[in-house]
Design a protein around this ligand. Structure first.
Ligand code: AR6
Length: 178
């Protein structure tokens, strides 16, 4: 198994699951979250709103993941995960970001998802340094693949060239050139 890296808009991918970089409310926002909600249509927001609140206004805490249907998207599921807001790197940000990848892969296995695409979680509004985030994504996925057969396809989606390059170097550094 290899990690695939692809540059483009995650909402166009016909995979079993696309991952959304959401916030703890799961009620939408900007960036990839906004793009996913626009493309999926209003039923996505309705399903998110109906998810149980852990605390008032909070449906998913940082590092966790929730699945919904994907409605008008070509995917089957949207996995909503919440990446950490980058502060100074000393607030557990790496472990929380690693959880986003690992727990999404665990959920994929549970739901029999064969193909999954991740955006660069936390690398936009949440300000995570791109190269550090790319290394965490590569490490978590490669570690997962060493002991799991599923999902068969794991795609890292780069929305721009800088992100594509960051994935390229993170994978090369781990002996997995693309
Ligand atoms: N396809 C793939 N990647 C995309 C797309 C797209 N259509 N659009 C943006 N990206 P961000 P975060 C990339 O800010 O940092 C929202 O308001 C983008 O270039 O979407 O986790 C949420 O509601 C970047 O590399 O997510 C939260 O409040 C990456 O996706 C907050 O932003 C993530 O950028 C989450 O911030």
């Amino acid at each position: 198994m290899k990690i695939e890296v692809w540059q483009g808009d995650i909402t166009t991918l016909a995979v079993d699951a696309i991952v959304n970089a959401a916030n703890e409310s799961l009620l939408g926002g900007g960036g990839v979250d906004g793009a996913i909600h626009r493309a999926a249509g209003p039923q996505l927001l309705a399903e998110c709103r109906a998810l149980a609140e852990i605390r008032p206004g909070i449906r998913c805490t940082t590092g966790e993941v929730r699945a919904t249907a994907a409605y008008q998207l070509p995917a089957r599921y949207v996995f909503h995960t919440v990446g950490p807001v980058w502060q100074d790197g000393q607030r557990d940000e790496p472990a929380l970001l690693a959880n986003c990848y690992w727990k999404s892969l665990q959920l994929a296995e549970k739901l029999d998802v064969q193909s999954i695409a991740f955006p660069a979680i936390s690398c936009g509004v949440f300000g995570y340094p791109l190269h550090q985030a790319a290394q965490i994504a590569a490490t978590e996925i490669l570690t997962w693949q060493r002991s799991h057969q599923q999902p068969r396809r794991i795609i890292l989606v780069a929305y721009n060239a800088a992100t594509f390059k960051a994935y390229q170097s993170a994978l090369a550094a781990q002996g997995q050139p693309i």
